[in-house]
Write a protein of this length. Structure first.
Length: 76
């Protein structure tokens, strides 16, 4: 992931195959980080989105905690 490119990014928070919460950049298969708690993954994704104008966080899954500080689109 390169944060010096122009344009917003979409960061995804979702359950991974290891039953942890993965944070990934849309368009890439490998997660940037994995967390035991969804709130920690959301916090990390928000921090990443906060470094780029027009970036957002998408939370996927039925157990999502709700709204985050960054613009959020939930796929629930």
């Amino acid at each position: 992931m390169s944060l010096d490119q122009k344009g917003g990014k979409v960061f995804r928070v979702s359950r991974g195959v290891n039953h942890q919460w993965d944070v990934s950049e849309m368009g890439f298969d490998e997660p940037l980080a994995s967390f035991d708690a969804e709130k920690d993954a959301c916090s990390y994704a928000n921090d990443l989105a906060g470094t780029r104008p027009e970036s957002r966080v998408v939370v996927e899954g039925p157990e999502s905690i709700g709204a985050l500080r960054s613009p959020v689109q939930s796929t629930r």
